[in-house]
Design a protein around this ligand. Structure first.
Ligand SMILES: *Cc1c(COP(=O)(O)O)cnc(C)c1O
Length: 233
């Protein structure tokens, strides 16, 4: 099992390195987040042992149980899915990065529940594809909300997160990623000092190479890592 997982991880890292190079960067400029929502705690531990220290979960309950079981290995947990405010109290303190900052109310809740002295790194989730089923700020909602977001002193807003449209294949995905980068560039022009927008969390198994070419600094990769590996939930 570990052999297959190691091969998959190596392949993902190679792809990251190639895409980073193509965009004038190096592999270390891109953070690989291993999305473990499909696998059990043992397989998650195996991924950690292989050196993938940044782990993503989209469901709070899974994050709670894995974070407890793997506390000794101290992975960095990334919350990448929609977080209901009534689950913030238990989830937020465990996080290294909140990717799914999809509303002002949730960002406020994250601020309120953050117990540590260093601020929580958080991203503003943007609904780039305009898909009604997706969470996130619309591109035009962000600029007017930036002052209020900047006032949340327990958060350090470091960038934007987005997902490509389901339809339209790789061409559409590339277009969506470029749109997120351009939105970031536009927002930067008149951004409060408390907010930096250096990070772009975009790209999943089928399109993380494209996302990196368009400037992603964090990619969230799940299914490709676990292809052919036992331990699915
Ligand atoms: C599941 C998930 C991923 C990983 O998707 P794969 O296609 O399996 O790589 C990335 N981001 C989010 C928000 C997810 O929910």
């Amino acid at each position: 099992m570990h052999t297959q997982l190691r091969e998959n991880l190596d392949r993902v890292r190679e792809t990251i390195a190639e895409a980073a190079k193509a965009s004038g960067r190096v592999a270390d400029d891109v953070c690989l987040i291993g999305v473990t929502k499909y696998v059990d705690t043992e397989t998650t531990a195996a991924l950690l042992e292989l050196g993938c220290r940044d782990l993503g979960e989209s469901r709070p309950q899974q994050l709670w149980s894995k974070s407890e079981a793997l506390a000794d290995q101290s992975p960095r947990w990334h919350m990448i899915g929609h977080l209901q405010r009534n689950k913030a109290k238990r989830t937020i303190p465990l996080l290294s990065v909140l990717h799914s900052g999809d509303s002002l109310r949730l960002l406020q809740a994250a601020h309120d529940e953050w117990p540590h002295s260093q601020p929580l790194r958080a991203l503003i989730e943007v609904n780039i594809s305009g898909d009604a089923a997706k969470h996130g700020f619309t591109p035009t909602e962000i600029a007017p909300a930036l002052r209020q977001i900047a006032a949340l002193s327990h958060l350090k807003i470091v960038g934007l997160m987005g997902m490509a449209s389901r339809e339209g294949g790789r061409d559409q995905a590339q277009h969506d990623f470029a749109a997120l980068r351009e939105l970031r560039d536009k927002l930067r022009v008149d951004c409060p000092d408390e907010i930096t927008l250096d990070e772009l969390s975009m790209g999943m198994s089928h399109d993380f190479d494209l996302a990196i070419r368009e400037g992603a600094t964090m990619v969230r990769v799940g299914s490709t890592l676990f292809e052919g590996v036992d331990g699915g939930r």
